[in-house]
Design a protein around this ligand. Structure first.
Ligand SMILES: CC(C)(COP(=O)(O)OP(=O)(O)OC[C@H]1O[C@@H](n2cnc3c(N)ncnc32)[C@H](O)[C@@H]1OP(=O)(O)O)[C@@H](O)C(=O)NCCC(=O)NCCS
Length: 195
């Protein structure tokens, strides 16, 4: 009798599952938006985007452009919806994938969930041949700036500044992608998400 094959542990991203957002996710996501109410304007979202109809409208608009995709971030163990990521794959302005918004419910922040969700998105895109990921951050959103810088995102173009030489209010960050990160969703599942 042959020994059962040893299954490699999936580090990090094994705690989370990302899947396309459905209408059933919206109430939990509205609660996640509401828990970040004070920071929403700095995340590029109107401060009134905290109830179910407003969040539904926001997520529909984020998914509307060609390449628009919203992914709900779920805890594998409890099936709790803890956040959302909006993507453009790619942004038609530059032909590169962008993250529009990454939002984790306040009570789940600071526990590595944001880092894992981004690792998952990076793998999803890297495994589909995309070589970079970009996003805009409001410079005054210091928590988000520290977060993105802490996971390897850097100003693009390097050291970019506003035309008058002062630091700009929003900073474009970018990171090169590789295919090496282990998946938390199967390639087959992910292949149905993109057009
Ligand atoms: C920004 C955000 C997504 C980060 O998610 P998170 O789950 O809290 O972040 P993590 O716990 O994965 O942190 C990962 C790293 O980010 C950095 N970081 C996170 N919070 C930080 C803080 N308050 N101060 C400094 N660094 C911080 C650290 O480098 C941390 O590394 P560590 O885990 O080794 O300490 C979350 O705070 C959020 O949803 N904010 C509101 C919405 C928003 O502003 N989104 C960004 C605009 S796109």
């Amino acid at each position: 009798m042959s020994a059962a094959p040893r299954l490699a542990a999936r580090p990090g991203t094994a705690r989370l599952h990302l899947r396309p957002t459905t209408d059933e996710d919206v109430p939990a996501l509205a609660a996640a938006f509401a828990s970040n109410a004070d920071i929403l304007p700095l995340a590029g979202v109107s401060h009134t985007t905290t109830d179910v109809p407003a969040v539904r409208r926001y997520l529909r608009e984020a998914a509307a452009p060609h390449g628009g995709l919203t992914l709900t971030i779920v805890e594998r163990a409890t099936h709790t919806v803890i956040g959302v990521a909006t993507l453009l794959v790619p942004n038609s302005a530059d032909g590169v994938p962008w993250i529009g918004l990454l939002l984790i419910a306040a009570e789940h922040q600071g526990k590595g969930r944001g880092r894992e969700a981004v690792a998952e998105i990076e793998w999803l895109l890297g495994s589909r041949g995309w070589r970079a990921l970009r996003l805009n951050v409001v410079a005054a959103n210091s928590r988000a700036m520290n977060f993105w810088r802490g996971i390897g995102y850097r100003p693009y173009p390097a050291g970019c500044r506003a035309y008058d030489g002062r630091p700009s209010a929003t900073v474009m960050l970018a990171k090169p992608l590789s295919t090496s990160r282990p998946p938390g969703v199967s390639r087959e599942e992910a292949s149905t998400w993109f057009g």
